[in-house]
Design a protein around this ligand. Structure first.
Ligand code: ARG
Length: 467
């Protein structure tokens, strides 16, 4: 595609000298946007078919373009496509190759189109597929959590506030808390997808095109819900990518919280769970070590996704309408976000079914730390003591227990009665961990029966949203 000045660029017409060698490398995006090739070709196929539909291209030209692009796609897939930095980006690389292959018809593909609406379309097509793939991984992890919650619905453990033992809960209930966070993440992604699935194509450079294009036709071919309403907005805004990254940052924040707990729980001090060996690594110096690398890395990777969100917000702010080259900088943060979220979800979905829950240690931990103190207070309230007074009484009993080295359930009836004469033999029913969790038997509560019911509801919600 050399011009008469020997400049190897499709836009060389108005230029008098070749691009500075460093500037060429500095401005090129092909190194990273080549990953959009499939969606770029998809968009070009629809554009060519639409141009044929409205009579701008002939059926023969369309046929040549379609088979030329399909061959290029096959070449790329088998690694037989030479990407050239001198051709800047994925779009011009593919178009130049098409023209080399099919001649003049290739030069007609870009009729009524600009790289500005082309790239905006490509990213949306690509992101739409990635959101669907992320949804599938998310559903796999959610299912793993539901299975775990069901299996451990009766497993007792201490619940924490301030990371201090608070009240007994069931392990299943804890897993369902994680599950609920992911439900909202999935809903955020599904909602974001609605705004991703709008078609910029037809906006051309910024103002639309003088050809009699049929945008509804291309939108239908590409599976978009609708063409974008305004051409200036369509080529310039990347809010859909920002929105996706925001949803991804929250999702990673949730995974980071899960990770923090798994890291604590798998320590010798807690010893609540055992992570499968194949998800851990050892130390090169300390032979005893088994490190929870996967949760640690996921926790660490959360930072880059949050960083990507800030990068994209900052990239967008203060850009005048319409397209600016700044927007080329949207890709790496977006791709990194996608890779990070997909990878983190995959490793979590693979790891969670193999988590070993150390039931005895969990129950032992729940028995220490006076986790049934609230139950004793509630017992006193049922016997006519005002809650504040009950709180005071139990506080004194706990103080005594700390000094005597005894949990509430380990005290004799006489010991307990020193603090309140209304305490009777039946107090021991509420001081057991089983009694404590079973008593919280309402929607959203930790009772095993409630956990099982919550799992059932969750399974039908999942069936409804992933038919
Ligand atoms: N590589 C560009 C991007 O990622 C494609 C659009 C370029 N448009 C232009 N007029 N230079 O944004």
């Amino acid at each position: 595609m050399a011009s008469d000045k020997g400049i190897d660029k499709p836009w060389a017409g108005r230029f008098t000298e070749a691009t500075d060698a460093f500037v060429e490398a500095f401005t090129a995006s092909v190194g990273f946007d080549k990953r959009l090739y499939r969606h770029d070709i998809m968009g070009s196929l629809a554009h060519a078919r639409m141009l044929t539909h409205v009579g701008v291209l002939t059926a023969d030209e369309c046929q040549a373009i379609v088979s030329g692009l399909q061959e290029i796609e096959r070449d790329i897939e088998r690694g037989a496509f030479e990407w050239r930095v001198s051709l800047e980006d994925v779009h011009m690389n593919i178009e130049a190759r098409l023209t080399e292959r099919i001649g003049i018809a290739g030069k007609k593909l870009h009729t009524g189109r600009s790289r500005n609406d082309q790239i905006a379309t490509d990213i949306r097509l690509y992101l739409r597929d990635e959101i669907d793939a992320i949804h599938a991984e998310l559903a796999r992890l959610q299912t793993a959590l539901l299975d775990l919650a069901e299996r451990e619905a009766d497993t007792l453990m201490p619940g924490f506030t301030h990371l201090q033992v608070a009240q007994p809960i069931t392990f299943g209930h804890h897993m369902m808390a994680w599950f609920e966070m992911l439900v909202r993440d999935a809903a955020r992604l599904a909602d974001c997808r609605k705004r991703v699935n709008i078609m910029p194509l037809g906006a051309a450079a910024l103002a639309g095109t003088s050809y009699p294009i049929d945008r509804a036709y291309s939108a239908q071919l590409l599976g978009f819900d609708a063409p974008a309403e305004n051409s200036l907005d369509a080529v310039s805004d990347r809010d859909f990518a920002i929105e996706f990254t925001a949803a991804a940052a929250l999702l990673m924040t949730h995974l980071s919280r899960f990770s923090e707990e798994l890291i604590l729980w798998s320590s010798t001090q807690f010893s609540f769970v055992d992570l499968p060996d194949r998800f851990c690594t050892g130390s090169s110096i300390m032979p005893q070590k088994k490190n929870p690398d996967v949760p640690e890395l996921v926790r660490g990777k959360t930072g880059r996704v949050t960083g990507n969100l800030i990068a994209l917000l900052t990239l967008m702010k203060a850009q005048p309408l319409a397209y600016n080259k700044d927007n080329q900088e949207d890709k790496e943060p977006l791709f990194d976000t996608i890779d990070t979220v997909r990878g983190s979800l995959k490793v979590y979905a693979d790891m969670m079914p193999a988590l070993r829950v150390k039931r005895d240690n969990l129950a032992q931990a729940a028995r220490s730390g006076f986790s049934t103190a609230t139950d004793l207070a509630d017992y006193l309230v049922r016997r006519g003591v005002a809650f504040r007074d009950a709180h005071e009484v139990v506080g004194k009993a706990v103080r005594y227990g700390v000094d005597a080295g005894k949990d509430l359930a380990e005290m004799t009836l006489d010991e307990l009665r020193q603090f309140s004469p209304v305490i009777g033999q039946d107090v021991f029913d509420v001081l057991t961990l089983e009694g404590s969790v079973a008593a919280r038997n309402h929607l959203g509560g930790t009772a095993p029966a409630q956990v099982r019911a919550a799992v059932q509801r969750a399974r039908s919600r999942m069936r409804a949203s992933n038919p």
